[in-house]
Design a binder for this molecule. Structure first.
Ligand code: PMP
Length: 381
């Protein structure tokens, strides 16, 4: 039996996505910019996908730009906002300290030019970011505020609406950016409701294929492109659109749309079942918080067993989890460290990330393997 519990890393493409990708490779293979029928079919398929993403984010399809993924979208927004808004005295960025590298690295690059000041807001012990800390850090010199909706290592849900609405109330010109990759198609996201100027999502985290993502950019917000060329995607992302990937993304989102609430309830049941199973082990310490927590991701530590050791043991039992981007080069997870998780626990962190089809039986398999794994690995230490 194979038990895949690493859905925050990537998901298995769903059938509608695979069918759409295939169809757009073998039939509607035209260039959307071509003026003939083959091109037009491809363009229509891109338009349909754009409508699907826009419906999921409750926005005008004109505000959606397709990219190669969330990494490119986050980079575009950060560097693009810096070029258009980070001028004169407006050189300050306020960002959570627990962002994905596709947000934290471009911001670090800006900081390293010596032109920009960056304030990083620390999470609490549950991994959550406080809206009050954000409000206190933002001032009239701030041109960009960035906070993810759901953390990819812990599942912590941040109060982005509270954070962004407070910023917008006092500084309407400050760009508010939200990496919503781990929240998309799990929690409802209404673009206008959360006061975000820019929202980023990724295809392969929602059962589409890798290599496609999208960004919502509110009308009137001026983000300079990273890539120049033929002017596709309203000039924001030149280059011939990867029509099969985009069509697959649209198909996946359409397929998930109507069952989001049921899927969330199922995820909550599975997460509670997992927590109950883990509570029997005194060697397990839960790192994720219990409140404001997205049930699709759970982070815990197996005391005394390094993440990779347990990960490979579980793999030998056909169970696939993640070390939660921990310590690949002997460096602890920056997210767990920022939360104040001690080094020895950060070293033994395991991230389990479920999807809408995860079953109780799969969790039983994980619990049994963890029990056996601890019994045999702790002995050999
Ligand atoms: N942001 C978050 C929160 C993520 O989890 C990921 C994927 N690990 C990304 C951004 C990057 O997404 P992509 O793979 O589409 O570039």
């Amino acid at each position: 039996m194979n038990v895949y519990l690493d859905n925050a890393a990537t998901t298995k493409p769903c059938e509608p996505a695979v069918t759409a990708v295939f169809q757009n490779m073998v039939e509607d293979f035209g260039n959307p910019s071509s003026l003939h029928k083959v091109g037009l079919n491809a363009e229509n398929n891109v338009t349909d996908a754009r409508k699907a993403i826009a419906a999921a984010l409750v926005c005008d399809p004109k505000c959606i730009t397709f990219t190669s993924g969330a990494t490119e979208a986050n980079n575009t927004i950060i560097f693009g906002a810096a070029r258009n808004y980070g001028r004169r005295n407006k050189k300050k960025i306020v960002v959570s300290a627990v962002e994905h590298p596709s947000v934290s690295e471009p911001i670090k690059m800006l900081e390293q030019t010596g032109e920009y000041t960056v304030v990083r807001i620390m999470p609490d012990r549950n991994g959550e970011i406080s809206a009050e800390d954000f409000a206190a850090a933002v001032d009239e010199n701030t041109f960009l505020v960035s906070c993810m909706m759901v953390n990819n290592e812990t599942g912590a849900i941040n109060p982005v609406k509270k954070i962004f609405s407070a910023v917008k109330k006092n500084y309407p010109d400050c760009v508010t950016h939200c990496d919503a990759v781990q929240a998309f198609m799990k929690l409802p996201i209404k673009s206008a409701d959360i006061y975000a100027d820019a929202i980023v999502v990724s295809g392969h985290k929602v059962h589409a294929v890798k290599g496609v993502g999208a960004m919502y950019i509110k009308k009137g917000v001026r983000i300079a492109p990273l890539v120049y060329g033929g002017g596709q995607e309203n000039g924001l992302r030149s280059g011939t659109e990867p029509v099969p990937l985009i069509a697959g993304f649209g198909a996946a989102v359409r397929a998930l749309m109507s069952t989001m609430k049921t899927a969330y309830n199922n995820a909550e049941t599975i997460n509670n079942y997992l927590l109950k199973g883990l509570s029997k082990f005194d060697f397990v310490k839960i790192n994720s918080g219990m409140d404001n927590h997205c049930p699709y991701i759970l982070n815990f530590s197996v005391e005394g067993i390094r993440s990779e050791i347990m990960l490979h043991y579980l793999e030998s039992r056909g169970i696939y989890v993640s070390s939660g981007s921990a310590c690949s080069k002997g460096v602890h997870s920056s997210v767990l460290t920022a939360m104040g998780v001690p080094g020895r626990l950060a070293d033994s962190a395991i991230r389990v990330s479920i999807c809408r089809t995860t079953t109780v039986g799969e969790i039983d398999a994980l619990i049994n393997a963890l029990r056996d794994g601890y019994a045999s690995l702790a002995k050999t230490k």
